[in-house]
Design a protein around this ligand. Structure first.
Ligand SMILES: Cc1cc2nc3c(=O)[nH]c(=O)nc-3n(C[C@H](O)[C@H](O)[C@H](O)COP(=O)(O)O)c2cc1C
Length: 172
């Protein structure tokens, strides 16, 4: 993170991944990031228009309940950019376990449209419920404003506590 901030110079750095409570932004702000992007924590918000079952699975999940799906090229287009090698995490589903066990049985021409149809009919989470490891830090479904308020309160507490500790340990 420190090196990214140095390289970015005048450009704002927004950090993402694994941020679900105040500790994440506090750790990002310390070396100079200006902001954070929050994914999984806000999926489990009252306002998020995903299936309640998906939200409940996020609340129940441990980090290891999320996986990097194997053989994702058999059911998804290259992710985000044509040369991207990453693929978002997901909670386990019977579909993903079938792909892992028998990839050759999944035909890309059939699987892609099937996933699109599932997403359009509100059943996407039955196949591919994107969810980060930060699910382990999500324990409830709250209004988005309350999530943000709690995170900001936590960040302020952590930074104040850190400043106090530095003041106490500074040589007099
Ligand atoms: C619903 C959802 C959709 C996502 N879509 C993409 C995507 O299109 N491209 C990508 O690179 N990452 C995608 N991701 C991964 C996010 O970039 C990742 O979750 C982000 O770094 C935030 O991490 P967090 O979920 O721990 O907050 C997605 C994640 C979720 C939860």
């Amino acid at each position: 993170m420190s090196q990214v901030v140095d390289i970015a110079g005048e450009i704002s750095v927004v950090t993402a991944g694994g941020i679900a409570d105040g500790r994440g932004p506090a750790a990002a702000l310390a070396p100079g990031a200006q902001g954070v992007a929050i994914g999984t924590r806000l999926l489990a918000s009252v306002e998020m228009g995903i299936a309640e079952e998906w939200k409940n699975r996020i609340v129940a999940a441990e980090a290891r309940d999320t996986i990097k799906p194997a053989h994702s090229d058999r059911f998804m287009p290259p992710f985000s950019r044509p040369d991207a090698c990453g693929f978002p995490r997901s909670l386990r589903t019977p579909f993903l376990e079938d792909v892992e066990a028998q990839p050759e049985r999944v035909q890309p021409a059939e699987a892609g449209p099937r996933i699109v149809e599932a997403v359009l009919t509100g059943r996407g989470h039955e196949i591919l419920p994107f969810t980060g490891q930060s699910a382990a830090l999500v324990h409830d479904i709250l209004p988005a404003a309350e999530i943000v308020r709690r995170i900001v309160d936590d960040v302020e507490t952590i930074l104040r506590r850190t400043a106090d500790a530095c003041t106490r340990s500074a040589p007099r």
